[in-house]
Design a binder for this molecule. Structure first.
Ligand code: CAA
Ligand code: NAD
Length: 285
């Protein structure tokens, strides 16, 4: 039995994931308030959403004109304005516990008492974020995959104190967004998919640093033998090497055993972060 009717959604952070989540919500008919630190960042997010909507429209995959979908998205640099009327809030800022927990603390002050606070975190336990809010029963993980508009899966992560009602509302919302929600009942760092993804990364890194295989050979094997849509290193570039590094750090700090990956550390130091900076394991024109 689901009591809360979600009408307005706020998305906090408009980067790789936030802009895509806002787009998915607007396509599904919700009013969306998108928040980030500066108007320049928000303008870039709107440009990315417009590019994606035009693409879907050209292929007949959008029921409305792109401008109609865009008209449901408003942007603001004020966190309070973004969340004050929202029924459901999805946080998608940097994968850093201090940044996220300060945002959760402030959202829980500004948002209406009925609002659910969800995090798109890839690895930080939901119970840790819930503990800084005034409503731990209404805090949940809603983990989308990149790019949100094309990827079907959502991990719905239950924290220690998340209520059944919050889980049910989130699952129902995921379905209204056209996704396949999977409920993760154990709030372990990395949830399900990232625990598997990190093992693939570990094995691939060890083979390259041990001179057993090249990056290109491993990626070919992943695509053409394992049947993955992208190679392992290609996928790290796509996600963002800095993002993968932060996810790994968050997991390792909470007890996940990982043998390390110098290849990732080197590129983070050089600022070669993958697709978004034009170079990572590969170069992008
Ligand atoms: N919006 C609209 N259209 C898009 C798009 C977007 N965001 N991204 C790509 N497209 C379009 C492309 O423009 C292209 O259009 P045309 O056919 O008109 O050229 C079409 O989709 C196909 O794209 P590509 O030819 O570039 O590539 P593709 O066929 O390989 O599909 C993909 C793209 C769906 C991203 C596919 O490569 C894929 O599934 N990759 C794996 C993605 C994945 O595993 N994501 C999860 C990462 S892990 C994660 O997210 C969790 C975490 O916590 C880190
Ligand atoms: P990103 O670096 O592309 O975007 C983060 C955004 O948050 C930036 O635009 C930044 O300006 C904004 N931000 C930072 N502090 C803020 C604040 N105080 N208030 C408002 N906005 C703020 O990162 P991303 O790749 O979109 O990752 C965001 C979250 O999604 C992380 O938790 C990450 O683990 C998770 N995630 C990422 C992927 C991926 O493939 N990149 C996939 C699934 C989940």
């Amino acid at each position: 039995m689901v009591n809360l009717q979600v009408r307005e959604i706020a998305v906090i952070g408009s980067g790789t994931m936030g802009h895509g989540i806002a787009e998915v919500a607007a396509i599904s008919g919700f009013s969306v308030h998108l928040n980030d630190l500066t108007l320049d960042i928000l303008q870039r997010a709107l440009n990315n959403i417009r590019w994606s909507l035009d693409n879907l429209h050209r292929k007949g995959q959008l029921k409305e004109e792109p401008s109609e979908v865009m008209s449901r998205i408003s942007v603001t640099t004020s966190l309070e304005d973004a969340v004050k009327n929202a029924d459901f809030i999805i946080e998608a800022v940097f994968e850093d516990f201090n940044v996220k927990s300060s945002i959760f603390r402030r959202i829980s002050e500004y948002a209406p008492p009925h609002a659910i606070l969800a995090s798109n975190t890839s690895s930080i336990p939901i119970s840790e974020l819930a503990s800084v809010t005034n409503r731990p029963d209404k805090v949940i993980g809603m983990h989308f995959f990149n790019p949100p508009v094309l990827m079907k899966l959502i991990e719905v992560v239950r924290g220690d104190r998340t209520s059944d009602e919050t889980v049910n509302v989130t699952v129902e919302l995921g379905r209204r967004l056209g996704k396949e929600p999977v409920v993760v009942n154990k709030d372990v760092p990395g949830f399900i998919s990232n625990r598997v993804f990190m093992r693939l990364i570990e094995a691939a890194c060890l083979m390259v640093t041990g001179n057993e295989a090249t990056i290109e050979a491993i990626d070919s094997a992943a695509r053409f033998k394992l049947g993955l849509p992208m190679g392992v290193f290609e996928l790290i570039d796509f996600v963002g090497i800095d993002v993968v590094n932060s996810i790994l750090k968050a997991m390792v700090n909470r007890g996940f055993r990982f043998s390390g990956c110098g290849l990732i550390d080197e590129r983070v130091k050089e600022g070669k972060l993958g697709l978004k900076t034009g170079e990572g394991f590969y170069k992008y024109p």
